[in-house]
Design a protein around this ligand. Structure first.
Ligand code: ZN
Length: 387
């Protein structure tokens, strides 16, 4: 009875510990990530399309408003022309009236009475002349009054139109800022599309790869499917001369060479130099799962290998290597396999190997980059030093 209780406690403890230690990433999680980012992309594309429709609609309203402003301007100009015409007409009538008076006065002197005294053919003639002049000037006065009224009306109309124009200009300004706002929003969303597409591509690539390795949705990558070959003390096979092999089955990746930069103090790996083109061997048996220069931001060529140490995943990275990489993704390797040749690709000033290692989480294998970074270990935890 006591033994059973102990066993249960131990099992509970193991169960509690496992999720922390195990890299329990299923293929299904990658599939879900593809789905999630695909949905995100669709939403973004729909938002962009909606935004573009809105922009088109606002642009149309702006054009219509501009047309209204222009037609109002034409009306204002027409009214102004009318006002000027009336002004001219008034001046003309005024001049006419003056002329009539002048004519009357010049012909008759300054005094109508004198005309009568010195020259008028008759008093009737004089009265007639006076009344005609008066009628004409009266008529002109009437016309001028009407014209003045018309000017007043037109000025009022013009002021109303100017007011309308101001309102239209304000509306146009508002529409333009609205258009700018939507354009900014759209370009903001557009700016995030490439990264979403990148995420889809990244996870889709992994899904395709692990499916090709026989994994199904519920499989834990590297644990229940695509399990790397086990590293054992005798798993290295025939090893080339000059190789430094540890008791755990790991080896130093280069025959000879020297350490040009050690692990730690911001350096995530160990730098080894031995001249350009020096063969680099896998530090232990495992499976190649990445080859290329697409992961590193500086474009360094690298080979990534996953190892199985008593069921626990350990990862090794060989960086700055030459572009001609002799291994392929999915290839099983051992300590006698040349995985790369020493180079100086990426952020590097000379030929060297940057060897980087992690536990539980591998870069672009399972989990995120940050999970990987947080699980980086000193290569000396596994790899024997020749010095
Ligand atoms: Zn380095």
């Amino acid at each position: 009875m006591k033994k059973k209780v102990k066993l249960i406690i131990v099992l509970v403890a193991i169960t509690l510990l496992l999720p922390i230690k195990a890299s329990a990433v299923t293929l299904g999680e990658y599939e879900a990530a593809v789905e999630k980012y695909t949905k995100e992309l669709q939403e973004k594309e729909a938002k962009i399309a909606r935004g573009k429709e809105e922009i088109a609609a606002v642009k149309k309203t702006i054009a219509e408003t501009e047309e209204k402003i222009a037609s109002t301007e034409r009306e204002v100009e027409a009214l102004q022309a009318e006002i000027e015409r009336c002004d001219r007409e008034i001046k003309k009538k005024d001049a006419e009236s003056k002329k009539i008076m002048e004519y009357y006065q010049i012909e008759n002197g300054n005094n109508a009475y004198l005309e009568y005294v010195f020259g008028a053919t008759s008093i009737t003639d004089m009265i007639y002349r006076m009344s005609v002049a008066e009628q004409l000037t009266d008529y002109n006065d009437k016309v001028m009054k009407e014209l003045k009224q018309l000017i007043e009306t037109n000025k009022k109309k013009k002021a109303e139109l100017k007011q309308k124009q101001e309102e239209l200009n304000a509306l146009k300004k508002k529409l333009e800022s609205e258009k700018e706002r939507i354009e900014e929003e759209v370009s903001g969303v557009e700016g995030t599309v490439p990264s979403t597409k990148g995420q889809i591509e990244l996870y889709q690539k992994r899904v395709n790869y692990y499916r090709s390795r026989g994994c199904s949705s519920n499989d834990i990558i590297g644990v229940t499917c695509d399990v790397p070959p086990k590293v054992t003390p005798s798993s290295g096979g025939n090893v080339s001369a000059g190789a430094v092999i540890g008791e755990n089955g790991f080896r130093f990746p280069v025959n000879g060479g020297r350490i040009s930069w050690g692990y730690g103090g911001g350096h995530r790996g160990v730098d080894i130099t031995r001249g350009c083109g020096t063969p680099i061997y896998a530090v232990a048996p495992g499976t190649v799962y990445y080859v290329g220069n697409g992961l590193d931001v500086y474009g360094a060529y690298m080979v990534l290998v996953v190892h199985n140490v008593n069921g626990q995943l350990v990862f090794s990275q060989y960086a700055h290597v030459q572009p001609g990489i002799p291994v392929y993704v999915g290839q099983p390797v051992d300590t006698n396999t040349i995985v790369a040749y020493m180079g100086s690709t990426g952020y590097s000033t000379g030929c060297h190997l940057h060897l980087e290692m992690s536990r539980y989480y591998g870069w672009a294998y399972n989990g995120t980059y940050y999970q990987y970074i947080n699980n980086i270990i000193s290569p000396w935890n596994y790899v024997p030093s020749p010095y």
